[in-house]
Design a binder for this molecule. Structure first.
Ligand code: AMP
Ligand code: ZN
Length: 112
């Protein structure tokens, strides 16, 4: 999708620090980390909201969860990590391309 920063990262049109990529997802370092390890897991297909899920998107997300779980130790997240999906403005979603924040590498506080 034109003018979407994550579509541009997926297409390689702007640089990112990728830690994993396959045909369906890319995982890269957040440019403004909120924890010692802060990664973003992004489906390559552009859509903004969980309300737009369909069968194939659900499968890609379920597979992404499995990949995150198996790769987490290699990303320095062996002691635990947090997944966050912001949905909509009031939740602080700034990029309208669905993404999973992966946070860890330290003991995390819990604030809303
Ligand atoms: P959200 O606020 O949930 O939409 O998350 C968007 C995230 O994308 C923020 O944590 C930003 O720091 C991050 N971000 C925005 N642009 C880039 C970029 N070019 N490379 C890496 N992370 C980015
Ligand atoms: Zn996009």
């Amino acid at each position: 999708m034109k003018d979407c920063v994550f579509c541009k990262i997926v297409a390689g049109e702007i640089p990112s620090a990728k830690v994993y990529e396959d045909g369906e997802i890319v995982v890269f370092k957040d440019i403004a980390p909120l924890a010692k390890v802060h990664l973003l897991c992004v489906p390559k297909e552009h859509y903004a909201r969980l309300s737009e899920l369909n069968g194939e998107r659900k499968r890609v997300l379920a597979d992404a969860a499995e990949k995150i779980a198996s790769l987490a130790p290699s990303w320095g997240l062996g002691e635990g990590y947090r997944l966050v999906v912001n949905q909509g403005e009031s939740a602080g979603q700034t990029v309208p391309h669905l993404h999973i924040h992966i946070l860890g590498g330290e003991t995390l506080g819990w604030e809303k």
